[in-house]
Design a protein around this ligand. Sequence first.
Ligand code: AMP
Length: 285
Amino acid sequence: MNVIKSVRKMQSYSESIRKRGGKIGFVPTMGFFHEGHLSLMKEARKVADTVVVSIYVNPTQFGPKEDLSKYPRDFDRDLKMAGNVNVDCIFYPSDREMYPAHYQTYVDVEKVTRNLCGLSRPGHFRGVTTVCNKLFNIVKPHFAVFGKKDFQQFISIKRMVDDLNMDLEIIGYPTVREKDGLAMSSRNKYLSGDERQSALSLFKALKVAQKMYSAGEKKSASIITKAEKLIAKAPFTAIDYIKICDAETLKDIASVNDKTVMALAVKVGNTRLIDNHVFGEKLEK
Ligand code: AMP
């Protein structure tokens, strides 16, 4: 497996694959891999000739009071895990390589980034879309795979790629969960045993919401109230938001249908967790 740290080397590596007609599949990550990340890599492996994974904890998507400095990292472990699923190349740049002195260009996808996490993490998606735009220019993939666990991120990237006529396909992959339903996340590492138990309330709330919808409830407000009660009852939880939105525009919507998403962000202890469910889709586990 190749490990490339320089932008220029990554570009010429990808260029040589493209010249010989190879199809490049790309999985951008912040590392500290779990089965969710690996599933994305395996999905890319199915159709790509060359699978490139980036590991980069992008500072521009973290707010000043967020967990940038303590975000979990373990490059050697990541390398082994990626090797086990036959990744061809890891792009592992430094901050200086990505944001040299005098850096000043950002991409802002407007409407879909303003609701949900955009309300409590101003500037977060500007950092995400900027770094993905840069990574796409560096890795030159034919397609990139994103997890739908970060639903607003997935929608924002798709919007950017469409709006800016970027020449790659964005593929969404369903949320990978632990056996008990907790959505896998690098941040789960921060949870104590008791907090992890409470964190299950996110999945339980999505389950209850789906059950209400299947039983005929269409009012977003009723479903949200029920979910709020369920999560608030669990110890250590502080709800940031629970919302039901159109799954494409991410605007709040009063009446639920198959193409609406219920999205939630909850602090469990000091750890902020997110999860979501599109009502017309299967809620695994
Ligand atoms: P991250 O390293 O957290 O930035 O995530 C890298 C990619 O993995 C993103 O596309 C995430 O949406 C995706 N991802 C993270 N957790 C999961 C999960 N539990 N299931 C599916 N995809 C995930």
